[in-house]
Design a protein around this ligand. Structure first.
Ligand SMILES: NC(=O)c1ccc[n+]([C@@H]2O[C@H](COP(=O)([O-])OP(=O)(O)OC[C@H]3O[C@@H](n4cnc5c(N)ncnc54)[C@H](OP(=O)(O)O)[C@@H]3O)[C@@H](O)[C@H]2O)c1
Length: 223
């Protein structure tokens, strides 16, 4: 492992945050699950510990209220629904200032059994978040990794992790985190503006996976 981090998963009681927590813990990082409710965070941490099942080298997993989780972490993942992004950033306040925050949010709605992207006026949830909390070091990525596969340590991810940011050092750190996930290859997707395409790619994948009744993700060939 390169550097060991303490990663705060805000909204880590949901499937995507839990799944990322499993993979980051298996890679040896310490995990703090965040929730609007500290008890819910603690029980999610216990559930993740039982998935990890004492595997050698796994990091410690704890649960706290969102702002306490952000305070305890050096790197933060924002994994709440888009509808909760603004309220969550208000709740986190200055706790994320100066810290790397990875936005995995994809704004979307379901209509007639199909997912549709609902990008905000800023272009993407990540760009909007960066405008709302400019003192954080914003990165967007991990959108195309399905929660079910992430949460199953036996599942071979065999995927690319597309990562974008305007902060080159933050992007490098997050790409190193991604490379610690077994079967995942980090891919530099450019500046934060690329988040609008990564967020929309999630929608495309949901609809493809529905057609094929599968859990596919994305791989870039030829690079
Ligand atoms: N699921 C996937 O496969 C997947 C894949 C790629 C990207 N994503 C993105 O990752 C994010 C999380 O996905 P998910 O499926 O894990 O979502 P989720 O289960 O709907 O929500 C995750 C957690 O966010 C908190 N939350 C819910 N509504 C909220 C609100 N209005 N305000 C603040 N917090 C709220 C809840 O935690 P507490 O109640 O404990 O606070 C919830 O457990 C979404 O933005 C999604 O687009 C998901």
């Amino acid at each position: 492992m390169s550097e060991k981090h303490t990663i705060g998963l805000i909204g880590g009681t949901g499937p995507e945050g839990k799944g990322l927590a499993v993979r980051f813990a298996l890679a040896g990082h310490d995990i703090v699950i965040g929730s609007r409710d500290a008890e819910r965070a603690a029980s999610a941490a216990t559930a993740i510990e039982s998935i990890i099942d004492g595997r050698t080298g796994a990091g410690a997993i704890t649960g706290r209220a969102n702002s306490a989780a952000a305070r305890a972490a050096d790197t933060i993942v924002l994994a709440v629904p888009y509808a909760g992004q603004t309220a969550t950033l208000e709740e986190l306040g200055t706790e994320i200032d100066g810290k790397i925050v990875v936005n995995v949010i994809s704004p979307l709605k379901f209509e007639h059994g199909r997912a549709t992207a609902t990008p905000p006026p800023a272009g993407s949830a990540a760009e909007e978040a960066a405008a709302l909390a400019p003192a954080a070091r914003w990165v967007a990525g991990f959108h195309t990794l399905p929660a079910g596969e992430l949460a199953d340590p036996e599942s071979d991810m065999n995927t690319d992790v597309l990562v974008c940011s305007d902060d080159a050092d933050a992007k490098k750190t997050v790409m190193e985190l991604a490379s610690g996930i077994a079967g995942a290859r980090p891919v530099d997707a450019g500046g934060l503006e690329s988040a609008r395409y990564l967020e929309a790619a999630t929608v495309l994948l949901i609809n493809i996976n529905k057609i094929y009744r599968a859990h596919g993700s994305l791989k870039i060939v030829g690079i």
